[in-house]
Design a protein around this ligand. Sequence first.
Ligand SMILES: NC(=O)c1ccc[n+]([C@@H]2O[C@H](COP(=O)([O-])OP(=O)(O)OC[C@H]3O[C@@H](n4cnc5c(N)ncnc54)[C@H](OP(=O)(O)O)[C@@H]3O)[C@@H](O)[C@H]2O)c1
Length: 506
Amino acid sequence: MHSPTPSVSRSPASGLMVIYGASGDLAQRKLFPALHHLARDGLLTDEFGVIGVSSKAFTEQGFRDHLDETVRPHLEGGLDETSWRWLLKRVSYVSVDWEDPDDFKCLAQQVREMDARWGTDSNHAHYLATPPSRFASLVAHLCEANILRRDPQARERVIIEKPFGHDLDSAIALNRRLLETLDEAQIYRIDHYLGKETVQNLMVFRFANAIFEPIWNRRYVDHVQITVAEDLGIGHRAGYYDGAGALRDMVPNHMMQLLSLIAMEPPASFNAEAVRNAKGDVLRAIPLFTADQVAQRTVRGQYGPGQISEEGDVHGYREEEGIAPDSPTETFAALRLEIDNWRWAGVPFYLRTGKRMPMRQTEIVIQFKSVPSMMFRSTGVEDLAPNRLLLRIQPREAIVLSFGAKRPGPSIRIADADLEFCYRDRFGLGPSTGYETLLFDALRADATLFQRADSIEGGWAVIDPILRVWDDSSPGDFPNYAAGTWGPEAADRLMQQDGRQWNNQP
Ligand SMILES: NC(=O)c1ccc[n+]([C@@H]2O[C@H](COP(=O)([O-])OP(=O)(O)OC[C@H]3O[C@@H](n4cnc5c(N)ncnc54)[C@H](OP(=O)(O)O)[C@@H]3O)[C@@H](O)[C@H]2O)c1
């Protein structure tokens, strides 16, 4: 039997959410389903409304009908008809020409009307689900129309999707433009990884349990591995992906977020600024690579044709629709970083991410040091596997602690054994998009799980030297791994040269 768990009950959120790009893929697949889940779970009050904005010519009712048709399939068996109807009733729509200031004046009028209709207390969250190239100009239009006003109390907030910039300079420039008209407290830069329960659980696991923290440092940890593997190819995202590549797509945002949660010092409280300060300190402590270190500590790869268990034979990257036959874009990246601070000095952090790998798997491995003395030597046991803590984020959210155990029998024989906690078995996780918590927090002005300007720039700063070397030199050996494998051999060598290996277990 489980004892009751301490929890902070969260009162439902109210306010107005304006979704720019409401006709797009993200809005239909994630944002409206997430709002439905919040409504179903009683986390929205009656003082809540939504305005969808795009250039498509819908009437209010036409847009609701459109949502009813397009969003339903994404509710994945979790549809609650009453909640869905409740939500649709609260949805309004404004069609804009994205470059016409007069249209934003009409939108401002609609915002006032919706405030009055639903009693939202002028609490506004503006979600920019638009092409990234439009973020700055859209914020400028919203400020001109007085829809957004500088306000350190952040009654009006803007949620900015990823990618936030495509390198360090462009991220700095975007931050600068946004901060010309808004206060930092109003800018909610989203990384949907932080909406995942298991990612939030990293902090709880570390700081709500006394037993791990004393060994969470260079004295006990041998190294850390972070893997974000996808079995999928690029789907219909050729245009975006070929201009970005695996490093830009995954490392400065998702992987740096995971790394900072694993490596940060205990924050003084669970308050947004305290957590974000602690995470920012980690990024600032990562020594930036020289060009020589890029050659020694990073690996890039691109998949060729191969086999994926679910799909069978698949094309190589250069044969994908919309990709040039000589594309130099990497679909795999691996790197070895260090964190130059008191806790982690000398502990390598190995990161890898790739497409068309054997399976979808996001996980963090904390590998502890081996036992200091081999007391079982005389019994014929020659090797002991070090303890390992596996924090699995997807697809099957779990925490596994591996240790050595005696095999039954008269002689001393040691086998690896696992203590496993599976999130779904314990808590019965329901369908979720990963955006629920983030939308809820944005409505309640809680920025803890959103990125501050310094953290965005810190993530880009780490990969900027790599980008510069990779952009300046042709990869030469692409494609260098077959679809359905764990990446190029050089990625294995990156570990092997340090006497270590990747965890490739399912
Ligand atoms: N889809 C995902 O799973 C996903 C995941 C992570 C991040 N994101 C990010 O989320 C954002 C939206 O992605 P998406 O996949 O939904 O894209 P999408 O399907 O192409 O939709 C883009 C939306 O932006 C609107 N738009 C077009 N031109 C615009 C302009 N000049 N100014 C403002 N808005 C304009 C479109 O509205 P019209 O009807 O007016 O054309 C459409 O509603 C992007 O920043 C993307 O990087 C998406």
